[in-house]
Design a protein around this ligand. Structure first.
Ligand code: NAP
Length: 361
């Protein structure tokens, strides 16, 4: 049997960190070697350091593991997943890359850098080609580097947009999000602010949707990212939903498309062949429903074990061409699951430390 690759989690105690724990504690390719967090948590048993949120309990095998500080010297694994608060992620992730560790990050700090890949395996695996340039330019030793995944609402939107952009060419898009409270971490938004309410502002979110989506839908040519040429505007709202970001999209295409063609394109889409059949890949990255009142976070958030985006209400848009609603799990597909899938893709490509020689086909 192939030896599993040792991995660590930076920010293991937070909301996204816990999502990583759920995905990695019994992963077939990865062995969870290090749980790291702030000095507040370092030295404590994981079960004492993490305030476990969501369903289930801390996996038995991890309850007594001692949390370590998020410093390269304290972490044994050469591959680390980062669920760090963005206030500290910049410095800490860079320190790990400089120490020769490969960082798979959820934080916003490096996503838009010209030498950092921002990847959804089904959409733009070719962007990983920039890693060599990143290492050379930044002087990261060995397999050191930073690979990022997008902001949670952007990932949900882009999984629905990519097949349509590939076939019809999106020219204009209007995006309105309704984002779950778990997207703000723990304790996140105070209950008295959000219960029975909608907050029409999430700091920095609209800019992330408008820029990260174009980077991922764009190309990578001659060592440079070429953002997609799409006119985009986004509204982002926080709503009293526990998990699951809903994204309403109105789209204008270069090639005229009917709602039927859009639904059929989304139904047929399997994503890039490189990303199919990975341990965390869903059977279908996009699921299309014809129910008139779906997708709904409460009913659909766990589709594809939280890794599928559910699309519904595909219909004519009187202003642009077609409009639809996409919904996905923000801490799974929109965060930890996105990084784990990126790591699985790198392992399949033999580009993760410990994966050389086609050990993870
Ligand atoms: P969170 O619940 O606030 O967790 C933050 C984590 O960072 C905790 O493990 C915390 O450890 C650690 N941390 C804070 N300060 C630190 C320091 N100085 N040194 C080392 N570790 C430190 O946040 P979250 O919601 O999980 O988000 C984590 C990251 O993912 C953020 O960058 C966020 O923007 C991004 N993200 C979140 C979502 C989502 O849906 N929630 C989606 C996409 C991306 P302690 O427990 O020891 O303080």
């Amino acid at each position: 049997m192939t030896k599993r690759i040792r991995v660590g989690i930076l920010g293991a105690t937070g909301a996204v960190g816990q999502s990583f724990i759920r995905l990695l504690h019994d992963h077939p390719w990865f062995e969870l070697a290090d749980l790291a967090a702030s000095e507040r948590s370092a030295g404590k048993r994981y079960a004492d350091a993490a305030r476990w949120i969501g369903g289930g309990a801390v996996p038995e095998s991890l309850r007594d593991v001692r949390v370590v500080a998020a410093e390269p010297g304290a972490v044994q694994a050469d591959v680390v997943f980062s669920a760090l608060d963005s206030g500290v992620a910049g410095e800490i992730e860079m320190a790990f890359a400089r120490a020769g560790k490969l960082v798979l990050s959820n934080a916003r700090n490096y996503r838009m850098e010209p030498d950092v890949p921002l990847v959804i395996p089904e959409v733009n695996p070719g962007h990983l080609g920039v890693l060599e340039r990143q290492r050379a330019a930044r002087g990261f030793p060995g397999t050191g580097g930073i690979v990022t995944n997008a902001n949670c609402s952007t990932i949900v939107a882009v999984l629905a947009l990519a097949p349509l952009h590939q076939r019809f060419g999106i020219e204009k898009m209007f995006v309105a999000t309704m984002q779950a409270v778990s997207g703000a971490g723990y304790p996140g938004v105070p209950s008295l602010d959000i219960l029975g309410n909608v907050i029409p502002h999430i700091s920095g979110e609209e800019e992330k949707v408008e820029t990260e989506s174009l980077k991922m839908l764009g190309g990578y040519r001659d060592g440079a990212f070429v953002p997609a040429s799409i006119a985009v505007t986004a509204h982002c709202n926080r709503v009293p939903v526990e998990n699951g970001h809903t994204v309403c999209l109105s789209l204008g295409f270069r090639v005229r498309a009917t709602p039927e063609q859009v639904a059929e394109t989304l139904r047929a889409w399997e994503g890039d062949a490189l990303a199919r059949g990975l341990p965390t890949s869903p059977a279908r990255p996009v699921i299309v429903t014809d129910e008139p009142d779906r997708p709904q976070p409460r009913r659909d958030v766990d589709a594809g074990r939280g890794m599928s985006v559910v699309v519904g209400r595909v219909r004519r848009d009187p202003l642009l061409d077609v409009k639809l609603v996409a919904m996905g799990h923000n801490t799974v597909r929109g965060a930890a699951g996105a990084s784990v899938l990126n790591a699985e893709l790198l392992a399949r490509m033999g580009r993760l430390p410990g994966s050389e020689g086609g050990a993870f086909p």
